[in-house]
Design a protein around this ligand. Structure first.
Ligand code: CU
Length: 353
């Protein structure tokens, strides 16, 4: 007990630190799906408060009204088998459960319906003139311990940051390459499992531009707690140009300017590109690097800085245990080469082109 008490301030700090993370609260919804989910939480909360208040009031009343008084030996009226009472306390819970069930079941069906069944587009996605409203399909592949976002209709593969256009239905197809993970962007939508061999889907919309934190919420290995990602909502025009450049990055992505960056490019091609593609050149065993320098974090959780990039490349396992990336010691990449490599990585962007 003593030890647990000692931990209390620490866990409070952790709790408060969690609250401080940007847009990471299901209680502060930023889109229609999260709003729907919050209203279900609130409905159950109100019903629970109602039940607690009634039950505890009756409890308090009975305790006081029927307490044993000195000299009073009379037994109060017994109500065992009282039909009226039994009817009341059976009916009220049934009504409360119905009140809870109806919106829950209705919303479950609404949320399960992405709007594009296999046969064609759902009416909900059609506007008054029967035109299909904008939507974007994104495959979210979960890996130990990072997220790959594939835009099949746009030819884009992005690592860790899921760019989406505002005010557009985003349909996410959830897949996993190793174990079970779970997709959750508290302020927008979720959670839904990524299960190997099965494709689950969900949809959401973000009316406002912004960065929305996402988390894996299924324990998936030693670094599960570091499996963060971001949903970056930008206006549709910016999204279109982002997607275009991601699909076909400008040539200087692989032909950078400056001697050091060129040296870094060579080191990247030699050591990294087999797993970290740029555009569609290279492998996808690790996150795509086309827009790497636009990230705000390294490896999903370390502040973006040259030092953190350096430490990560040297010994990823010490920072994120159990991840698949091999470390590159000084015998593989010398300190000078590392500086050049990082300088090159820092040139990789698409939004400012
Ligand atoms: Cu996971």
């Amino acid at each position: 007990m003593k030890h647990m008490l000692k931990l209390l301030p620490f866990s409070l700090i952790l709790l408060l630190a969690g609250c401080g993370m940007e847009n990471l609260s299901a209680l502060d919804p930023r889109g229609p799906v999260a709003e729907m989910q919050l209203s279900l939480i609130q409905l159950s909360l109100y019903i629970m408060i109602f039940v607690i208040v009634i039950v505890f009031s009756i409890y308090a009343f009975v305790l006081i009204r029927f307490r044993e008084r000195p000299g009073d030996t009379h037994i109060p009226k017994q109500v065992h088998g009282n039909r009226t009472l039994e009817f009341i306390w059976t009916t009220i819970p049934i009504l409360l459960l119905l009140l809870l069930a109806i919106p829950n079941v209705m919303d479950t069906f609404t949320l399960a319906d992405t709007g594009i069944p296999d046969e064609g587009v759902d009416e909900e996605l059609l506007d008054e003139d029967d035109e299909v409203q904008d939507y974007v399909v994104i495959e979210a592949h979960a890996h130990q311990f990072w997220w790959e976002f594939v835009y099949p209709d746009l030819g884009v593969n992005a690592g860790q940051d899921m760019y989406i256009p505002t005010d557009t239905r985003v349909i996410v197809e959830l897949e996993a390459s190793d174990v079970i993970h779970s997709f959750w962007v508290p302020a927008l939508a979720g959670k839904q499992d990524n299960v190997p061999g099965i494709t689950n889907d969900l949809w959401f919309e973000a009316p406002e531009e912004g960065i929305y934190m996402g988390k894996c919420t299924e324990i998936c290995g030693p670094s599960h707690w570091l499996m963060d990602f971001k949903v970056v909502a930008v206006d549709p025009d910016t999204f279109d140009s982002w997607a275009e450049t991601m699909a076909e990055p400008p040539e200087d992505q692989l032909e950078p300017e400056g001697e050091v960056a060129v040296e870094g490019r060579d080191i990247f091609v030699e050591n990294c590109i087999a797993c970290h593609a740029i555009g569609d050149e290279g492998g996808n065993t690790g996150p795509n690097f086309t827009n790497y320098s636009e990230r705000t974090v390294v490896a999903g959780f370390l502040e973006y800085s040259d030092d953190n990039l350096h430490d990560w490349i040297r010994d990823p396992d010490s920072l994120k245990p159990g991840n698949e990336m091999p470390g590159f010691g000084e015998e593989a990449i010398s300190d000078d080469e590392m500086d050049a490599l990082i300088e090159y990585i820092n040139t990789l962007s698409v939004l400012d082109e």
